[in-house]
Design a binder for this molecule. Structure first.
Ligand SMILES: [Zn+2]
Length: 333
């Protein structure tokens, strides 16, 4: 009887342990499955997995984040906008810092970003301006032509033509504003007092070639006369100022292939025209409504010189550009 009782208890115990073991395994398995699926305890694990997906595939999510979650944009939109090229900086003028740091990578959009971000301290100090454009060499016997310098640097070039009006005030104004300009002089206008222009040379400006007699029909003249107009003026300026001109500006601006050849024969390195003109105290743009990097501005030695220079300076400062000497930037002596 006792043995039966013992055996009975033992068997019950056995069954009980079996039940406990089986239930234990089942529970573990259940927990394990829940863990892998992020089940009930998922409320704690969701953040890490969410973070994992967003950081693991930024390239995939970058396009999605831009459209889907405006709440996440403050941090994510900046990198994606810089990597997604042109539209970024122009459509988001609020992020000028990222735009201004990207010029080394992006070429053309920097123009728009530069013009959109005059907030880059126009009054601040300008460090050295690295040259990002090289003047093309003479090709097929023809000099290159510039109407604007294709640069991303925040610079503008001032050129002053003819030389008819000669006052000390003009020299003083360039000096007091610390501006060097390229002077395209025609002998016709300066013959009565060529020494006057040495006052500009002393302050760093350069004198270039604008022909002997300022013929507005230069391109229609025979080859011999074209050559005389350009070569003789270069000879004259070399004698007068001790430096042979490297630039020629045709009177009125027009040029032809043959004129480019004649210029090369006279030792000229480039024909320089312009894309902005200051006249009667007003700035006239061929394109747009403000100065942009690389613009070549035309002025004249006229009675309105002070007003013209003031108009130029106002536009230059508003655009946040530095006035740089064309010969310096192109590294031609
Ligand atoms: Zn002229």
């Amino acid at each position: 009887m006792q043995s039966q009782l013992r055996a009975g208890i033992f068997s019950w115990l056995l069954v009980l342990t079996c039940i406990i073991v089986v239930v234990g395994f089942a529970g573990d398995a259940f927990n394990a499955r829940q863990a892998s699926e992020g089940g009930p305890s998922g409320s704690l694990r969701v953040p890490p997995t969410a973070a994992g997906t967003s950081s693991a595939k930024p390239s995939n999510t970058s396009s999605a984040t831009g459209t889907s979650s405006p709440s996440g944009t403050p941090t994510r939109s900046t990198p994606s906008s810089t990597s997604s090229s042109a539209q970024g900086p122009s459509s988001h003028p609020a992020t000028p810092s990222s735009g201004s740091s990207s010029p080394p990578g992006t070429a053309t959009p920097s123009n728009s970003s530069a013009s959109n971000s005059p907030s880059a301290e126009p009054g601040g100090t300008f460090p050295e301006v690295p040259a990002d454009y090289v003047l093309p060499a003479i090709h097929d016997g023809m000099v290159p032509v510039l109407t604007k310098v294709p640069t991303k640097q925040k610079i503008v070039f001032l050129t002053i033509d003819d030389g008819a009006n000669k006052t000390q005030q003009q020299i003083d104004l360039l000096k007091s504003n610390n501006i060097k300009a390229t002077l395209f002089l025609a002998q016709l206008f300066i013959l009565n007092n060529p020494d006057y222009f040495k006052g500009f040379l002393a302050e760093g400006s350069k004198i270039e070639n604008h022909s002997i007699s300022h013929p507005l029909n230069l391109i229609k003249l025979p080859h011999g006369l074209q050559k005389k107009e350009i070569c003789q003026m270069s000879d004259y300026e070399q004698q007068q100022y001790g430096r042979r001109p490297v630039f020629f500006r045709p009177p009125g601006g027009p040029y032809t292939l043959s004129l480019r050849k004649v210029a090369a024969q006279c030792g000229i390195k480039a024909i320089v025209d312009w894309n902005v003109e200051v006249r009667a105290g007003r700035v006239n743009y061929q394109e747009g409504k403000s100065l942009t990097p690389g613009d070549i501005v035309l002025m004249h030695f006229r009675k309105e010189f002070p007003q013209d220079l003031q108009a130029f300076l106002t536009a230059q400062r508003a655009a946040g550009l530095k006035v740089v000497l064309l010969e310096d930037f192109l590294a031609v002596s």
